[in-house]
Design a protein around this ligand. Structure first.
Ligand code: PBG
Length: 323
């Protein structure tokens, strides 16, 4: 492997050589588009910190889902923002709640698209935390009871997969057991297994109107410096019945994606979160970065790290380029 015998540049000299030796390929098959659903009709509410993304009423979400399906994207993940918020987030498990209504409408009008739902309470509670508050903190075991109700309600309304993002201990097992006993043993769980307490969720909290009214999420989401703990979280979720495990955010946690993939060999999802999207958009709007190029580079990087699928607000843009 000595110069001048070996010259790696030989295979870089034109795009056809580069295509032949390209190791990682991004495909539309890898993408999942998140959508924010609000009450009302004909509502498109742009989110200022996420240019190109808007809160949508159910009718508009149906149209958006048709466009997403027609681009060949396999699925969407739905986040609901209810009219009515209360201490226990009761709209989350109301069979006529915002997500349940959206699920029924999309299922009927856009067959052939996988519908995943974020299972959590921060969008539904008046205090903005991901579960039931006791004292100054979220009560783990009380929250499990309502997470279970939320999951079953989503399943009944037509969800194809549920994705718990609350980070309570024991939730995957509790949800699995409830789904099984309600006749949904075929329904997979996408577990937000290694979800870090991240500043990169900032724009999402505008989009989902879910900023905590006091404190933060550090008593349930993971501490960013921890990798071994992330592997333990993944191990627990797999033992409890997770079908796909997720690392979130993606770009600052590529090492975790790689280690999870290598250690468990399970399907791995990565969430390219709102702040990662906003950074690229903001720089591009300033003319500081080439948006399409860095978007594709970021998504390929997440894939190269070991992700099988990527939840990303860029899903439509990337799908258009990949066609
Ligand atoms: C919680 C949830 C959050 C995100 C997905 N599910 C926010 C949070 O934990 O505060 C963040 C996604 C993003 O930033 O794009 N329901």
């Amino acid at each position: 492997m000595n110069f001048p015998i070996t010259r790696p540049r030989r295979l870089r000299q034109n795009e056809n050589f580069r295509r032949l030796i390209r190791e990682t390929k991004l495909s539309v098959d890898d993408l999942i588009m998140p959508l924010f659903i609000v009450p009302g009709s004909r509502v498109t509410n742009p989110i200022s910190s996420m240019p190109g993304i808007a809160q949508l009423s159910v009718d508009r979400a149906v149209d958006e889902c048709k466009a997403i399906r027609d681009l060949g994207i396999p699925g969407v993940i739905l986040f609901g923002i209810p009219d009515h918020k209360d201490a226990v987030g009761s709209d989350a498990y109301n069979d006529s709640g915002i997500i349940q209504t959206a699920l029924r409408a999309i299922k009927e009008q856009v067959p052939g698209l996988l519908l995943m739902t974020d299972v959590c309470f921060c969008e539904y509670t008046d205090h903005g935390h991901c579960g039931i508050i006791k004292g100054q903190d979220v009560d783990n075991d009380a929250t499990l009871e309502i997470l279970v109700k939320e999951s079953v309600s989503h399943a009944r309304a037509g969800a194809d997969m549920v994705a718990p993002s609350d980070m309570m201990d024991g939730r995957i097992g509790a949800i699995r057991e409830a789904l099984d006993s309600e006749g949904f043993s075929h329904l997979p769980i996408l577990a937000y297994s290694a979800k870090f307490a991240s500043g990169f969720y900032g724009p999402f909290r505008e989009a989902a109107e879910s900023t905590p009214q006091f404190g933060d999420r550090r008593s349930y989401q993971m501490d960013p410096p921890n990798a071994e703990e992330a592997l333990r979280e993944v191990e627990l979720d797999i033992a409890e019945g997770a079908d796909i495990v997720m690392v979130k955010p993606a770009l600052p946690y590529l090492d975790i994606i790689r280690r999870v993939k290598e250690q468990f060999g399970y399907p791995v999802a990565a969430y390219n979160v709102s702040g990662e999207y906003a950074m690229i958009k903001a720089a591009a709007l300033n003319g500081w970065l080439d948006e399409q190029r860095v978007m594709m580079e970021a998504l390929i990087g997440i894939k190269r790290a070991g992700a099988d699928m990527i939840l990303t607000y860029f899903a439509k843009d990337a799908a258009k380029l990949l066609r």
